[in-house]
Design a protein around this ligand. Structure first.
Ligand SMILES: [Zn+2]
Length: 397
């Protein structure tokens, strides 16, 4: 503020300074190949700015455009486009892998730029650290690596979970893929009425996982979720949404696990049955090859014993088969999870905060859960009853 104060004291103008709220995104930065020096010169002329200054260590010096570094030039180019005649603009300039905190001050015919230090996020934890810290399953690479950006988002999202929530997703695998399998895409499209997916929660026998696609990291959305001091991006939203599905799907998971266990049991019984049939057939063959006088009642009783065992085993296999089929029907029937059903009762006639959340009650739950985790105050403002339900941890019961 010191420069602005000094300029105001200088009496150039007495207008009230404006605090510029415009955000920047990578697309609005001057592109590569732009003659940025000429751009700044032209824009300054058009805006009536004749003094371009840089502040370093509290000292203001005239900017020599030809010698200025790229950050200063980009900041000036942006400021000259956006700022009103008397204003301050604090922005994080996205540069390379980090962001440059920049304060721009404009006072009539003068604009100054003060550049902070490039802030780089801490390195993202490794896959192994994420697994042990949060108790998740493996981070699998299915054609795409769990690179720095992907591990960072996952790390941010997992850090938002309470210990109880972590317990709910214990052992859940996360898989990086370019895009969904065509079958998964088609199946989901049928339910939610769209075909582009950032991530997907998938339940398959013995492989429950969240798949994370390239699209999650390609958001052009300059909006953020949460508070400005801790903004979360669209990629955080997409991932926590899927974690919400995983938490809501617990009941279904139990059925799935039971079905899988039962199917294994049925398979083992069928194997045992086949082994019994094999030994019966061998025994019959042996019996038939015996000379007539040795085909005794005792030998016959032995065969009957094996036959009785086969009958028992067969009945057992058939009963298991009936139960596996019943559970398969239960799993395949379109159904809401039990958590989502309770959520629906709380939501009542209210509508979820996003359009996507209206696709189904499961999606409504996941969208509300995402908002609850990333911006609880916003959920409290728009859906107070739903907020209270989440805050009381009803969704974990
Ligand atoms: Zn969803």
């Amino acid at each position: 503020m010191s420069l602005l104060a000094a300029l105001l004291v200088g009496g150039a103008t007495a207008a009230t300074p404006v605090y510029t709220m415009t955000s920047v995104n990578a697309e609005s930065l001057p592109g590569k190949g732009t003659n940025i020096v000429a751009t700044v010169r032209n824009d300054a002329k058009r805006a009536g700015v004749v003094h371009l200054r840089a502040i370093e260590d509290g000292t203001s010096t005239s900017v020599d455009l030809g010698a200025a570094d790229e950050g200063v030039l980009i900041a000036l180019a942006m400021g000259l486009q956006v700022m009103s005649p008397v204003s301050e603009w604090d922005l994080m300039l996205p540069l390379g892998t980090g962001a440059l905190p920049v304060t721009l001050m404009r006072d009539g015919d003068a604009i100054s730029v003060e550049i902070g230090t490039l802030t780089k996020p801490d390195p993202a934890p490794s896959a192994m650290v994420l697994q042990s810290r949060y108790g998740i399953g493996e981070l699998r690479s299915d054609g795409r690596p769990w690179d720095e950006a992907a591990r960072r988002v996952l790390s941010d999202v997992l850090a938002l979970l309470t210990p109880d929530e972590r317990a709910e997703i214990e052992g859940l695998a996360f898989v990086r893929r370019a895009e969904p399998h065509a079958t998964h895409r088609a199946a989901m499209a049928e339910v939610v009425g769209r075909v582009d997916f950032d991530a997907m929660y998938l339940q398959e026998p013995v492989d429950t996982r969240v798949e994370v696609y390239d699209r999650l990291f390609q958001s052009r959305n300059t909006r953020f979720y949460g508070v400005p001091s801790r903004p979360y991006g669209q990629e955080h939203w997409g991932l926590i949404h899927e974690v919400g599905h995983a938490i809501a799907a617990r009941g279904r998971l139990t059925t799935l696990e039971r079905r899988t266990g039962l199917a294994l049991e049925a398979q083992r019984s069928a194997d045992a049955l086949n082994a019994l049939i094999g030994s019966y057939n061998r025994a019959v063959e042996r019996f038939n090859q015996l000379p007539g006088q040795r085909q005794t009642g005792e030998e016959r009783a032995l065969l009957d014993g094996i036959k009785a065992q086969i009958d028992v085993s067969q009945a057992e296999v058939e009963a298991l088969g009936v139960r596996v089929n019943a559970m398969t029907r239960e799993l395949n029937a379109p159904q809401e999870s039990e958590v989502a059903a309770r959520f629906a009762a709380v939501l009542g006639s209210d509508t979820p905060p996003t359009e996507y959340g209206r696709a189904s009650i499961d999606e409504g739950f996941a969208e509300c859960y995402a908002l609850y985790k990333l911006d609880p105050d916003a959920l409290r403002r728009v859906l107070p009853k739903v907020y209270a339900w989440f805050a009381s941890e009803e969704y974990l019961r």
